[in-house]
Design a protein around this ligand. Structure first.
Ligand SMILES: [Zn+2]
Ligand SMILES: [Zn+2]
Length: 127
């Protein structure tokens, strides 16, 4: 039997899968309303927190911005993000610059990196 909680988690996973880009709690809420018109913002907050604790979704940090969230299997593949400063949406970008260890002082070892590009997305640039 499917509980209400399971259904809420399922619809939020679907919203993120359909969007194909990291979303803020508010964006998930707006999108979830179309399939679950009775859902509340606090429920979306709680459900996202629970999914993150369960390791099903991952937080995407954007400097000076509220966290966005993406599915864990998307997060597991190395990629980077683009923040549009016009519409505030965050997109996945493929590929990686590489060679960042050349920036390190002698003797340092690179273990990882996060990169957030910013600018104007295609939709906003066309307006
Ligand atoms: Zn934009
Ligand atoms: Zn990279």
């Amino acid at each position: 039997m499917e509980t209400r909680r399971t259904k809420q988690q399922q619809s939020i996973r679907e919203v993120l899968a359909e969007a194909g880009r990291p979303m803020s709690v508010q964006e998930v809420f707006d999108a979830a309303l179309t399939s679950v018109p009775t859902i509340g913002l606090s429920t979306v907050y709680r459900t996202i927190r629970r999914l993150a604790e369960q390791g099903e979704i991952a937080a995407v940090a954007v400097p000076g911005q509220p966290d966005r969230y993406e599915l864990a299997d998307v997060a597991a593949t190395h990629h980077h993000h683009f923040h549009c400063t016009e519409c505030d949406r965050v997109f996945d970008v493929r590929g990686c610059v590489g060679g960042l260890d050349r920036m390190l002082p002698p003797g340092f070892k690179l273990r990882g990196h996060e990169l957030t590009l910013s600018g104007v997305c295609g939709g906003c640039a066309a307006r």
